[in-house]
Design a protein around this ligand. Structure first.
Ligand code: GDP
Length: 296
């Protein structure tokens, strides 16, 4: 993934800095310039990059560094902490509770990987012994129910949907009610996507949310859309109360930085990342371990 290149460039910038015998302000500036250019070329938002640059500089105490004391570690620590800070949404995502129904509604544009992510999410919890199930309330896209049904059958997850009912709100309500009665613990409601953000999509999302009263709304974002992620994340957040984000397609040639920084800018915690088309290509997202991995 291209993000690995970004990590490599940042790590390289830190190495070339720490191998110098004299570390002065100029050396720090050069390192920060290289890190900033790596972040910008990965589509990370320019404002975030400039604040990271300023904050790393504030964290590094040049007087301590001049003595050579733990030079390398201090610089790495400062860059690491600021990268984490940049991705830190400042709030915790919803944690499902055992022994009760947790209704989780998925939203996102068509093609973002929503239906695939619903199944991955269900499977993730099923493997941890949660009773999970899927409701398909997408009546907009032909074949949506078949796709969810196929996924659910393959993953052996109970599902609900209809070939004849056209009202997505009714399907969502009926499906959630049925699964609540069955004692299911994680009831996932897949909603329809549309090709672009449009009023009718947001209205439908709001109606479904009002009908099923979700405990969490998960916004699925395609990481390959770069800087456009900012407007999209903001629009969805304004329409419904998004509590968590799943970023998909981080395995592709996506630069990823645009989407990562968009999510950070909207203060939405990323809960999982999608790294491929298979159900197993799904990872829990945790800022600190993501950044450590990024830096290699
Ligand atoms: P939806 O329209 O939002 O429900 O999107 P789908 O779940 O149908 O996914 C659209 C396409 O993206 C499908 O071909 C999926 O296999 C693919 N896809 C979903 N998630 C990922 C991912 O993390 N990586 C890759 N490479 N492809 C993905």
């Amino acid at each position: 993934m291209v993000l690995a290149e970004l990590g490599g460039r940042i790590a390289q910038a830190m190495r070339s800095m720490t191998s110098k015998t004299v570390i002065d302000e100029e050396a720090v500036d050069n390192m920060l310039k290289e890190i900033s250019s790596a972040l910008l070329s990965s589509d990370v938002n320019v404002k975030l990059v400039s604040s990271l640059r300023k904050n790393v500089k504030n964290r590094i105490n040049l007087e301590d560094l001049a003595t050579g004391l733990n030079r390398r570690r201090m610089i790495q620590q400062a860059v690491f902490e600021e990268l984490c800070e940049m991705l830190n949404p400042g709030k915790k995502p919803y944690q499902p509770k055992k022994g009760k129904p947790n209704v989780i509604m998925f939203v996102g544009l068509q093609g973002s990987g929503k239906t695939t992510s619903c199944t991955k999410y269900a499977l993730h919890y099923q493997r941890k012994s949660w009773k999970t199930c899927l409701v398909c309330s997408d009546t907009f896209r032909a074949g949506a129910f078949d796709q969810l049904k196929q996924n659910a059958t393959k993953a052996r997850i109970p599902f609900y949907g209809s070939y004849t009912e056209r009202d997505p709100v009714k399907i969502a309500r009926d499906g959630v009610e049925m699964f609540k009665k069955e004692g299911q613990e994680i009831i996932i409601v897949d909603t329809s996507g549309r090709h672009k953000q449009e009023a009718s999509l947001f209205e439908e999302m709001q109606q479904i949310a009002a009908a099923v009263e979700p405990d969490d709304i998960v916004f699925v974002l395609d990481s390959s859309i770069g800087q456009a992620a900012h407007d999209q994340a903001t629009a969805f957040k304004e329409a419904v109360s998004v509590g968590s984000v799943i970023m998909t397609k981080l395995d592709g040639h996506a630069k990823g930085g645009g989407a990562l920084s968009a999510v950070a800018a909207t203060s939405s915690p990323i809960v999982f990342i999608g790294t491929g088309e298979h159900f197993d290509d799904f990872e829990t997202f945790e800022v600190r371990s993501f950044v450590s991995r990024l830096l290699g």
